[in-house]
Design a protein around this ligand. Structure first.
Ligand SMILES: Cc1cc2nc3c(=O)[nH]c(=O)nc-3n(C[C@H](O)[C@H](O)[C@H](O)COP(=O)(O)O)c2cc1C
Length: 369
């Protein structure tokens, strides 16, 4: 049985299995390995500066002649400046930064870690700091200048850039977690929609994958849908087809590959985890994101205040992630991951994983009940 379908024709690939854009993890090496094996590798470029993004695109082109994608974020809340404003009567996120910095410093001290020098600019001082409106727009200019084969918006609607991307031959993907968002991106004319459910690692929908996928399929007419969230083996991909999807956007399973850009202790945390090993928290980016259970997320659960909205929370959390990674502390920052990690047992080359996913999907589809 061949898995080849119209998603393959649209994207110029052999099998409709896409490496999800995963910030920091889906690097040029991993994306190229997946593309070379016949899937679509998508760079997790959300936190890349425009210069780093350009370098990543060029590096990927050195490693593969096949199509690949770039994933960044375009959250509507940040683009409208909504999250920078104060809640009625309360202090603005900008005014709350010192309180959260103090909380982070105390947390690091309690954990026996040094406060690292700042690696990202404050959104209070710099209007192109990480995850600000200016940052997202500058990334999009690079996506357009570099004429990438595929662009994926991990949050938000790429509508304003579609015409320029289309003129370059760039295919567009939008990741959604609700039917109303699926309708919005369908109306602006994206080529493919990813329905990403609550099981997924990283930014997350309140709706489970099994419920979300068929409802998105029904809402978007003839636009192909890829399923995402909790798909870590071929049974999940076969199930996605049964739900009306035409392929899968797979994240966490590719974290346990030799090429993934995360640290060895984080790969081990994935192999060690069970299906109960994750939690959803706003403690890293300010938006709800599924991650392996950790002390930083727990500290916010117990704090008298909630994390700041995007883009402010990354400024607070990045020193924590940096310190944890320098000290191999899986208890503090093991990383984002989805509920499917209970199925992941070892770290393998990405091509081996892709081939296994294809074989398992074919076997599951061939099985009779
Ligand atoms: C480590 C990690 C980082 C992620 N970073 C991003 C990101 O930068 N942009 C994005 O659109 N989605 C991101 N996601 C979500 C993935 O694109 C994808 O939707 C998700 O991994 C699918 O669910 P799964 O992990 O259960 O396969 C991330 C997921 C993980 C696990």
């Amino acid at each position: 049985m061949s898995l080849r379908n119209r998603v393959c024709d649209l994207l110029g690939i052999d099998v409709p299995i896409v490496l999800a854009g995963m910030g920091g993890a889906s690097t040029p090496k991993l994306a190229a390995a997946v593309s070379n094996a016949g899937g679509l590798g998508v760079l997790g470029a959300a936190a890349c500066s425009p210069e780093d993004l350009r370098a990543w695109i060029r590096e990927t082109r050195e490693l593969t002649d096949r199509p690949f994608g770039v994933d960044t974020l375009l959250p509507a809340s940040v683009r409208r400046g909504k999250t920078a404003r104060a809640a009625a009567g309360g202090p603005s996120p900008m005014e709350q930064i010192p309180q959260h910095q103090e909380f982070a410093a105390k947390f690091l001290e309690e954990q026996g870690l040094e406060i690292p020098p700042p690696s990202v600019a404050s959104p209070a001082e710099n209007d192109t700091a990480t995850f600000t409106k200016g940052f997202f727009e500058a990334q999009m200019e690079v996506v357009i200048e570099e004429k990438v084969p595929v662009y994926a918006a991990g949050l938000g609607n790429p509508g304003p850039w579609l015409e320029r991307m289309r003129a370059n031959g760039t295919r567009s993907i939008a990741v959604v977690g609700a039917v109303r968002h699926a309708r919005q991106v369908a109306e602006t004319g994206v080529d493919i929609i990813v329905a990403q459910g609550h099981d997924a690692g990283g930014h997350n929908s309140p709706v489970g994958t099994m419920s979300l996928v068929p409802q998105v399929v029904d809402a978007v007419g003839d636009i192909p849908v890829l399923a995402a969230g909790g798909i870590s083996d071929g049974r999940g991909i076969a199930a996605a087809f049964m739900l009306g999807a035409e392929g899968a956007w797979v994240g966490s399973a590719f974290l346990a590959t030799e090429e993934a850009g995360i640290l060895d202790f984080q790969k081990q945390a994935i192999v060690d985890a069970t299906e109960e090993g994750t939690t959803v928290s706003r403690s890293i980016t300010g938006k709800p994101a599924r991650q392996i259970k950790n002390r930083w997320a727990k500290a916010y659960e117990e704090a008298p205040f909630a994390p700041l909205p995007m883009p402010f929370q990354s400024f607070i959390s990045s020193p924590i992630m940096q310190a944890a990674m320098a000290a191999d502390r899986a208890d503090i920052w093991p990383g984002f991951a989805g509920q499917g990690i209970g199925m992941i047992r070892s770290v393998v080359p990405a091509a081996e994983l892709l081939n296994r996913l294809v074989e398992e999907t074919e076997a599951a589809l061939a099985r009779r009940i």
